[in-house]
Write a protein that binds this ligand. Structure first.
Ligand SMILES: Cc1cc2nc3c(=O)[nH]c(=O)nc-3n(C[C@H](O)[C@H](O)[C@H](O)COP(=O)(O)O)c2cc1C
Length: 496
């Protein structure tokens, strides 16, 4: 994935210029975004009949590796419903969805703005997602073209880029999260919940009440809902509010048919049901994971009894091909999780945090780079500890860099690591840290535990001071004022 590197100066300018971001008019559903992408040549419609068990996944993988367009499969086996994949898999399309420049600095800015200025959803009475009430649906046959995404998957995965919606029975907090849904039979789907997920917090409260948990699966979503459902939005904060903040207008919601859950009014498909509190499905998965490897089978897994399906007239079925980077999933999680980690460090009160990137190359999960203005002895270690302590992420590797390094630029980060780090002085290793079992570098008997590594890639200024011989060497870069003048005169030199 090509992530365009912002200059920190640019970032600061954007921070001051939030009015650019507030004036956006973004897309309230998948269709309007698809129409925009079509108009701009960013969609490939595939009208050839394709096989859902091997061909869809292979086309998606090839298309991701080519940095290709969004795909609409119009003829998956004999299904009439089109399958939409990859609408948000590139920096350009992510930017288009938010109507901001295709620069990570603009993404960072708009996410920070959404956290600071969330917008609550509004409830409507008539919703497109209820245009058709489907009766006697057999999810294995009809009407949605659910692929076997990877050759070794246990079954078709209905939910890959979607939201499972649940409510905290005590506080009313509505959570939206992307938790996959393998189809087990005509009206039962899995709901895989990794440890620490917010849906799990809700489930435990429903269990205490002794009642099954109402849940709704929303598929075919406005881009901002896809972005927030995968992005570690803090507990007790609804993804609806942050998505509204990203969108610049409230998300429209409607009451579900079988519960008081509020579901996105403009979703393509809503599948409602209940997740039992005292029954589990014996076996779920394996499924091709975001790490690029097959995950393991899960035993005694949560599942949902489907009670009702509604959808728009002629709906689109949306999904994504999980796997190694580059992928749509990495693109989405990288931006959203970087914003979530920034927010976490800010809420923890750590000073001097300038920018954060949960890197695409680490599957948007395992490595976090933080740029700081170092203010006190031990500051870098404080950052390590708080990154490791973020409750729902699992950034086992943390690199802390100075303000002159852009955390989104892997070459700059490696330059800092190469020229400012002595491993015996600047690398901290902590054994037995929190991780996820999907990290294949762990041997099976230690799954879920990981060694944590913190790399202090800031200039060793204090160490130089203690050495009292020389100062840390000066940079070879031109003076900032010279760069500024050269930029002003750039066209005069004949550059376009
Ligand atoms: C394509 C995709 C599929 C995902 N599948 C799952 C899943 O099956 N189970 C899970 O716990 N997390 C899954 N995740 C990660 C969660 O969606 C993500 O951590 C999100 O922040 C969870 O919401 P929560 O923070 O409200 O719990 C997936 C992410 C993506 C991008």
């Amino acid at each position: 994935m090509t992530i365009l590197a912002p200059k920190l100066g640019e970032l600061r300018r954007l921070n001051k210029g939030t009015e650019v971001i507030m004036e956006r008019n973004t897309f309230h559903d998948l269709r309007t975004f698809l129409a925009y992408l079509k108009k701009n040549g960013q969609v490939q419609e595939i009208n050839t009949r394709v096989d859902k068990t091997w061909e869809v996944g292979a086309i998606c993988r090839e298309n991701l590796d080519r940095d290709g367009p969004a795909l609409i499969f119009n003829h998956v086996d004999d299904f009439r419903t089109p399958l939409v994949v990859g609408v948000l898999s590139t920096v350009q399309r992510y930017a288009a969805a938010l109507r901001v420049p295709a620069k990570t600095s603009a993404f960072v800015e708009i996410w920070r703005n959404a956290y600071s200025n969330p917008i609550k959803p509004v409830q409507v009475q008539n919703a497109p997602c209820k245009e058709v009430k489907a009766v006697d649906i057999d999810l294995l046959r009809d009407p949605f073209p659910v692929p076997i995404w990877h050759p070794l998957d246990a079954g078709p995965e209905l939910g890959t880029l979607h939201a499972v919606i649940t409510k905290d029975p005590e506080t009313g907090w509505t959570n939206l999260g992307t938790y996959r849904n393998e189809i087990f039979n005509k009206n039962t789907v899995g709901c895989y919940v990794a440890p620490n997920r917010h849906i799990g917090l809700h489930w435990h409260k429903w269990k205490k009440l002794g009642k099954p948990m109402p849940a709704a699966i929303a598929i075919g979503l406005a881009p901002t809902l896809c972005m927030t459902a995968v992005s570690a939005v803090p507990a007790d904060v609804s993804e609806y509010d942050v998505a509204g903040g990203l969108q610049g207008s409230p998300i429209e919601v409607v009451e579900a048919e079988t519960s008081d859950l509020l579901v996105p009014a403009h979703a393509e498909i809503i599948i409602e049901g209940e997740i039992p509190i005292d029954e589990f499905w014996p076996e779920e998965a394996p499924f091709g994971e975001f790490t690029g490897y097959m995950g393991m089978k899960r035993y005694d897994s949560q599942f949902m009894n489907v009670r009702c399906v509604t959808h728009r007239r002629d709906p689109y079925f949306q999904g994504t091909h999980e796997g190694r980077p580059p992928s749509e999933s990495t693109m989405l999680r990288c931006v959203g999780r970087s914003a979530a980690m920034y927010e976490h460090l800010k809420r923890a009160g750590i000073p001097g945090i300038l920018d954060v990137c949960v890197t695409p190359g680490s599957c948007a999960g395992f490595h976090c780079v933080v740029a700081i203005e170092k203010r006190y002895p031990g500051h870098v270690r404080d950052v390590f500890g708080h990154v490791w302590g973020q409750p729902t992420l699992f950034c086992k590797h943390v690199t802390v860099v100075d303000p002159d390094i852009d955390p989104w630029n892997p070459v700059q980060v490696e330059w800092a690591t190469s020229t400012r780090v002595q491993a015996d002085r600047d690398v901290e290793i902590v054994k037995g840290g929190k991780s996820i079992a999907l990290d294949p570098s762990q041997v099976p008997s230690l799954r879920g535990l990981s060694a944590l590594m913190g790399v202090d890639a800031t200039k060793p200024l204090d160490e130089y001071a203690r050495d009292k011989t020389e100062e840390f060497p000066a940079s070879t870069d031109p003076l900032p004022e010279s760069v500024a003048r050269v930029r002003e005169r750039w066209r005069e030199y004949g550059f376009i």
